[in-house]
Design a protein around this ligand. Structure first.
Ligand SMILES: CC(C)(COP(=O)(O)OP(=O)(O)OC[C@H]1O[C@@H](n2cnc3c(N)ncnc32)[C@H](O)[C@@H]1OP(=O)(O)O)[C@@H](O)C(=O)NCCC(=O)NCCSC(=O)CCC(=O)c1ccccc1C(=O)O
Length: 272
């Protein structure tokens, strides 16, 4: 695949590439196994925002540079007493904003995982819709070992994904799991040799690009609705409103207002 960059997007900690309707977002800090600092997360949020609003993008890949790590979580070197310090000294837990963004983004997001997928990095793959793992991938949570925990998606979505007992084991014992074990517990969708990781991920993306974007959008919202509470229902309901706007019945209300007349909904059926 010949990836293109986007001239308007300038990043320091991440890379953004695009081709054939696929956006590839790469955390590019291999010297720390792609740990994220607040600036990394801010750039990821901007990149996902761009991919979300680009009508030429149908599927998004999230990955890490270097082949040795997807992401090792928050950068412990900038961890302060309240969060992770940015260059100006303000402390953040802004990866939580990124997690919600990936959940509500109405396009499939695929985690392409090689190497370490640990801590907050593990939660990032978890909130992606699908995970394609290389055979060198290793998964786990370290929170209780390093004085941290993610009791939101990191706990609840993990339990929904692999079951409560296994999710508690992962958090309570802080063990690491290889790709085969991750596949067996339903934590990833497939495992391939490292050298085939990108091609396999692209094939999954191409298969999704051949399908109805609206159907994928709605089924993603449907999968997330109950787990995400009112935010999930809002996403599903927003889609319903968007579809209703496209109907003559929805447009009659707007037209009547603009034409300063009472709306006439009598011609629209009350369906069984
Ligand atoms: C991933 C390891 C197991 C890999 O081990 P190994 O192969 O031996 O490599 P190393 O030599 O350890 O690492 C190479 C190099 O990278 C540096 N590094 C690795 N991880 C980090 C990191 N997270 N931060 C900073 N630096 C890192 C390492 O120091 C080495 O550099 P040198 O210069 O050579 O020393 C192992 O590296 C490891 O265990 N890493 C730490 C994993 C970890 O504990 N991550 C943090 C978990 S907590 C978190 O992610 C917080 C997320 C968050 O923001 C959050 C917010 C709100 C609610 C909840 C959360 C949440 O906790 O998720």
């Amino acid at each position: 695949m010949d990836w293109n960059t986007v001239d308007t997007l300038k990043f320091e900690d991440i890379l953004y590439h695009q081709a054939e309707g696929i956006a590839r977002i790469t955390i590019n800090r291999p010297e720390v196994h792609n740990a994220f600092r607040p600036e990394t997360v801010r750039e990821l949020i901007d990149a996902f925002h761009h991919a979300h609003h680009d009508p030429g993008v149908g599927v998004i890949i999230l990955t890490g540079a270097g082949g040795r790590a997807f992401c090792s979580g928050g950068d412990q070197r900038v961890r302060g007493e309240e969060g992770y310090r940015d260059g100006g000294g303000t402390q953040h837990l802004n990866v939580l904003d990124l997690q919600r963004q990936i959940r509500t983004l109405p396009k499939p997001v695929v985690a392409m995982v090689a190497g370490w997928c640990i801590g907050g990095g593990h939660v990032l793959h978890l909130v992606c819709d699908l995970t394609i793992a290389a055979d060198n991938a290793r998964f786990g949570q370290t929170g209780p070992k390093v004085g941290s925990f993610d009791a939101g998606y990191g706990a609840g979505l993990l339990a929904r994904t692999i079951g409560l007992k296994k999710a508690k084991e992962i958090w309570f014992l802080c063990r690491q799991y290889d790709a085969r074990a991750a596949l067996e517990m339903g934590l990833v969708n497939t495992v391939v040799p490292l050298e085939e990781l990108e091609e396999e991920t692209l094939q999954w993306c191409r298969d999704m690009l051949a399908l109805s974007p609206m159907a994928l959008r709605l089924i993603k919202a449907g999968f997330n609705a109950d787990i995400d509470g009112l935010t999930g229902i809002q996403e599903l309901a927003g889609n319903a409103t968007g579809l209703f706007y496209q109907t003559p019945e929805g447009q009659e209300g707007r037209n009547a207002f603009l034409e300063k007349r009472p709306p006439d909904f009598r011609r629209f059926p009350r369906r069984p």
